[in-house]
Design a protein around this ligand. Structure first.
Ligand code: HEC
Length: 319
């Protein structure tokens, strides 16, 4: 066999090479393929066995061929084979990168001054260091031309670009991770698909108490501006997920629905606002004004219902 690499280097190197290639090509998400797909463990075991089998076969071929050699060539062959594996290339590379004088030849480079027995060697600059220095010079020239002569982009532009890219990534993430919403981050979903999904959930779970048009029954009217537990997408989300006041009949729906679904049905509830149900239940609770976008005072005044109703509902809220 011509190769001098011993099997105990050859087999592991090939094994990990194949392992690396497999991990590279098998798309397994965040987890390594070897964990994600147990079949790959079997595959790697197979690879290992095949590698060992190849080594064994090569070994026996070598053996057979050896028998065919003449005595003289047998000896030569054995001599070559028994040469220990040496890291010749690594040693050569090291020598070329450092150019150190071996200790026996230090006499050649010793300088002739002598301070109380302390003497100095005139070593050459180590080539690895010199190459690094040249590399910095090349780098600086390229840099100078790109950013001070041509002016490809400024730091500020680079920053803007990265922020924009990050923003995009966040948006992408939010789209794929809709279930991360909670009452503090939820936003009104205006997408018809989301509203349709919300309507479906509403029709299947909520109409018994709130009526199909949200007019109210056992539960309060969801179409008016009056809210017992607070209006707006965030409060509605929180009511639906955590439930109403104890004993009133509005349970916490977070066991039944994923956060994304609660956001959909909440948006659907909000979208019912301002519609006219067939049989509206009298307002309960208080007019809810979004603290983030305060309405103009006249508008709220215009829609204030008769005084008794307001005081009634205040009582409800108090208990
Ligand atoms: C068993 C009857 C019942 C069912 C079913 C029910 N609710 Fe309610 N809902 C109520 C009651 C009763 C209240 C009032 C709770 C309170 O006073 O604390 C309420 C309150 C609410 C409120 C707050 C209203 C306000 O004025 O603050 C929202 C929003 C709401 N429900 C949405 C839903 C949604 C969405 C569903 C379906 C997933 C649903 N409800 C299913 C009975 C029900």
């Amino acid at each position: 066999m011509s190769t001098k690499t011993p099997w105990w280097i050859r087999v592991p190197v090939l094994f990990f090479l194949i392992f690396g290639l497999m991990e590279y090509f098998v798309d397994s998400g965040d987890k390594p393929a070897i964990i994600e797909y147990p079949i790959t463990q079997f595959f790697m075991l197979l690879v290992l066995m095949i590698l060992i089998a190849i080594e064994l076969i090569l070994g026996s071929i070598e053996n057979i061929m050896f028998q065919t050699l003449s005595e003289e060539s047998k000896e030569r062959y054995l001599a070559a084979k028994n040469q220990k594996f040496k890291w010749t290339w690594a040693k050569n590379l090291m020598k070329r990168l450092t150019r150190t004088k071996p200790i026996e030849r230090e006499e050649e480079i010793i300088m002739d001054h002598n301070y109380d027995g302390i003497r100095e060697l005139d070593n050459v600059l180590p080539p690895w260091w010199v190459y690094l220095f040249y590399a910095t010079i090349v780098f600086s020239v390229v840099y100078l031309v790109r950013f001070h002569v041509i002016g490809e982009y400024t730091q500020a532009e680079e920053y803007e670009q990265e922020v924009a890219a990050a923003q995009k990534a966040i948006e992408e993430y939010k789209r794929t991770a809709k279930d991360l919403v909670d009452a503090s981050t939820v936003e009104y979903l205006s997408d018809p698909a989301d509203l349709a999904a919300g309507e479906k959930i509403f029709a299947a779970n909520c109409v018994v108490c709130h009526m199909a048009d949200g007019g109210g029954g056992i539960g309060p009217n969801l179409t008016d501006e009056y809210w017992i537990l607070g209006g707006g997408i965030k409060n509605v989300f929180s009511t639906i997920s955590e439930g109403g006041r104890a004993g009133k009949g509005m349970v916490a729906w977070k066991q039944n629905f994923k956060p994304a679904e609660i956001a959909q049905v909440s948006s659907y509830v909000i979208s019912l606002g301002g519609t006219t149900p067939a049989n509206p239940k009298a307002p309960e609770g208080e007019i809810w004004v979004d603290p983030d976008t305060p309405d103009e005072p006249e508008q709220t005044e215009l829609e204030t219902p008769p005084a008794e109703q307001v005081s009634d509902s205040t009582e409800v809220t108090m208990n």
